[in-house]
Design a protein around this ligand. Structure first.
Ligand code: ATP
Ligand code: MG
Length: 749
């Protein structure tokens, strides 16, 4: 055993060693990224077991994702040759679920209770509002959902919610009715898992004592992202004010708190110190993950935030390579650059799984996926779903299939009642019977119902018959409307006519789904430009091909794609952070208020500190997103990093406009500029801004201008010279327009 012990502890630095061997008291480890917090936590578990201070069943460990939990179990198993099955390791939701399953009856739940995800929960709320004839205008379902979940996260049942005004009284009433439905149907939403488990422990003394006696070591990773109810749950389970108090071992980093928008509460750190009488906060200051330049860049970036708890991070490694910054003209070119670099890294022998592509929003992944796919580079998308697998995209694709091939039963079943049009399970059963009897598709059966005579006329008269007729009519109208249109136009039309756009527009949190639907139009546009066969059917098979290829190969060595949120806690040899543009990262919604901006900066800090050896930051001047081309300014986060840590692979032409060619000719730059046909970027690759400036002093590409009628905008292209010169302006509200400089009154801003 002593040999094991030394190997377990050897290699730890003095602070890590102190944390791992900390006696049976609560402790808080507050330390920056890559300083070994997670490693300390797992090593401590192994050490406790090995020295006999704890048995596996005495240990409960909470991590943030299922992936992290699995990794933790694997690591401990690798360190110790003993059976560790009695340990509880998982996420808050996972652990609460486990507890509730074991004590369902005591918790007042049926043994086979069903868990509702956020979408299911919303559907239940919708149904409830409808049944109570509460109209969705006064009671937007999303808002009701938010009200209920926030109350639960405060630990409040419907009967205890404060109701100062009549509106809140109504909301509380909704909450009450919703509670009734959940109880009756035996369903449990995410917030309920935690609250129910909390109530179980607080009411049932026997169980509480049992678990307190059992779990005398509670370890929490990523503590900075716990919310209030999670903290209360921990406190109760650990018996903060009981004689048999468990030792809580929490590790966290205030600079990596990125879930404030979901109620995470950094103040929990202070509360923990107080509630568990923590005498010393252990700090780890040596970073083992990243080379010096990467670490310096991250440290300087985060120093722009106020009110930090304050930490120093240093590394014994050398400076390493500078942080690479790439300024792309278009998003397509940015993706092409990333693909080229990945190929070069791969040629140097780096495994693809050692490379991560990070982005701020899921909608950004499509273009990266597309470029990787075309280059035959294996990739895997984490966290978010693959673009073509997303629910809203699947619905849209099903409608498109109905246009091309209405006999596709699968497609019909997916959308016959989505968005809801009152076709219920019974009607569907009847349709299926009719189709079965006639040996036809469901579509044929539906058609027959509509144009049949005699006995079917009676059927048509009832409500369900009318709904089916309405559906048939909708698909036929779509088919007619789309005849002769280009593929992107068809996609656009289908989004509108199907009611999908309106459906997600009406949802308070449907914005991302709406963005993805618009992104599907972009996908169609690119497809048309790149494929010989640009028919709808070809596009549909492309979507399923691209959707299927890389899904099964999870074992395969593949580039890792994920949002920054999903990358928390992970590390990679090489990291690309793409889309570093104002409005994208920092995100549009957060950049105008201080708290939001600081949370975005912490996200950027998380992103940068994932890199061990090489870090790429890239931004594109114009980007097709959410259905339109946007002209972007580089993210302030890139500007906040000192120039001596950076290597600019291609200078941002806007920084020194007027003296430098804007669109470089291939001779100026090793990388030819690639553009999507159909994007609004210039088609003049060798003209220069200098030339434009000579013709129109005060104006340049990228210049913000104001027009008396169209308002503010940005110049994105120009043509002609002298009196004939015209500029293309992308207006914030009025779209993109070509204007003659001789006539248009443009004022530089
Ligand atoms: P994050 O804040 O990103 O979650 P972290 O503080 O949890 O980071 P770890 O992931 O535990 O950091 O460690 C970062 C890397 O440094 C890991 O590869 C880990 O194995 C390594 N590491 C940590 N401590 C040591 C050490 N004493 N000697 C060698 N490598 C170490
Ligand atoms: Mg960690």
């Amino acid at each position: 055993a002593s040999i094991h012990m030394t190997s377990l502890l050897s290699g730890l630095n003095p602070e890590q060693l102190e944390a791992v061997t900390w006696p049976h008291h609560s402790a808080l480890v507050l330390a920056g990224a890559g300083s070994g917090k997670t490693r300390v936590l797992t090593t401590r578990i192994a050490h406790l077991l090995q020295t006999g201070q704890a048995h596996p069943q005495n240990i409960l460990a909470v991590t943030f994702t299922n992936k992290a939990a699995r990794e933790m179990i694997t690591r401990i198993a690798a360190m110790l040759p003993i059976n560790i099955r009695g340990m509880w390791i998982g996420t808050f939701h996972g652990l609460c679920n486990r507890m509730l399953r074991m004590h369902a009856e005591d918790a007042g739940l049926p043994q086979a209770f069903q868990i509702l995800d956020m979408a299911d929960q919303l559907a239940v709320i919708r149904r409830m509002l409808k049944e109570r004839s509460l109209d969705e205008k006064s009671f937007p379902p999303r808002q009701v959902q938010w009200f209920i979940n926030s109350a639960k996260e405060e630990g409040l049942r419907a009967s205890r919610v404060e109701t100062q005004d009549s509106y809140r009284r109504k909301l509380a009433e909704c909450y009450q009715i919703y509670e009734g439905i959940c109880t009756r149907e035996g369903i449990v939403d995410f917030a309920e898992l935690l609250l129910r488990s909390y109530e179980l422990l607080s009411r049932n003394e026997l169980l509480r004592d049992h678990y307190r006696a059992r779990f005398n070591h509670i370890l929490v990773d990523e503590f900075q992202d716990t919310n209030r109810l999670q903290y209360k749950w921990l406190k109760l389970l650990a018996g903060a004010d009981s004689p048999q108090r468990a030792a809580i071992f929490a590790v966290g980093d205030d600079d990596q708190s990125i879930y404030a928008f979901r109620g995470a509460h950094v103040g929990n750190m202070k509360d923990l110190e107080r509630d568990f009488a923590i005498s010393k906060v252990i700090k780890l200051e040596q970073n083992y993950r990243s080379h010096g330049n990467i670490l310096d860049a991250a440290n300087i970036l985060i120093s722009h935030n106020n009110g930090r708890l304050g930490k120093n991070l240093w590394t014994a490694e050398g400076h390493g390579e500078p942080v690479r910054v790439y300024h792309a003209i278009t998003d397509i070119e940015e993706a092409a650059f990333i693909v080229d670099e990945i190929k070069a890294l791969q040629a140097d022998g780096l495994a693809l799984s050692n490379i991560a592509l990070l982005y701020r929003s899921n909608a950004q992944s499509r273009i990266l996926e597309h470029s990787l796919f075309n280059a035959s580079i294996a990739y895997r998308v984490y966290g978010g779903m693959r673009f073509f697998d997303r629910q809203e995209i699947k619905y849209a694709l099903a409608y498109l299939r109905m246009i091309a091939f209405p006999d596709d039963d699968h497609a019909l079943l997916r959308i016959i009642n989505f968005p809801a049009r009152g076709i219920g399970a019974r009607t569907l059963e009847q349709l299926q019977e009719e189709a079965g009897a006639a040996g036809s598709s469901l579509w044929q059966a539906a058609l027959k119902r509509c144009d049949g005579a005699g006995d079917t006329a009676a059927r048509r008269a009832n409500a369900s018959g009318k709904s089916v007729a309405g559906f048939v009519h909708l698909i036929q109208t779509m088919q007619q409307a789309c005849a002769g249109l280009s593929l992107p136009e068809i996609v656009h039309h289908v989004g509108e006519m199907s009611g999908l756009m309106a459906h997600y527009q009406a949802e308070r949190e449907g914005a991302e789904r709406l963005e993805n639907l618009k992104e599907l139009i972009n996908a169609a546009t690119s497809f048309v430009h790149e494929s010989e066969d640009d028919s709808l059917l070809a596009f549909l098979s492309h979507a399923s091909l691209e959707g299927g290829e890389h899904q099964a190969g999870s074992y395969q060595d593949a580039v890792q794609l994920m949002t920054v949120h999903a990358a928390k806690g992970l590390e990679f040899h090489s990291v690309f952070i793409s889309g570093l543009e104002e409005g994208l990262f920092p995100h549009e919604n957060s950049r105008h208020e201080a708290n939001g901006l600081e949370e975005e900066r912490r996200l950027m800090y998380v992103a940068m500190t994932r890199a061990q050896r090489r870090l790429y930051l890239s931004h594109a001047q114009s980007r097709m997103l959410h259905g339109q081309t946007r002209v972007n300014v580089p993210s302030r986060f890139v500007e906040e990093i000192p120039g001596d840590l950076l290597k600019r692979l291609r200078p941002d032409s806007r920084a020194d406009i007027g003296s430098q060619p804007f669109f470089m000719s291939p001779a100026d730059d090793a990388r030819p500029v690639r553009r999507a046909a159909g994007s609004t970027a210039s088609n003049a690759s060798s003209r220069s801004v200098a030339a434009m400036a000579a013709h129109a002093p005060g104006l340049r590409i990228g210049q913000q201008v104001s027009h008396t009628k169209f308002g503010p905008g940005t110049i994105i292209d120009y043509e002609g010279s002298g009196a004939d010169m015209r500029v293309q302006v992308c207006f914030s509200h009025a779209g993109t327009k070509w204007l003659s400089l001789a006539y248009a009154k443009l004022t530089p801003l």
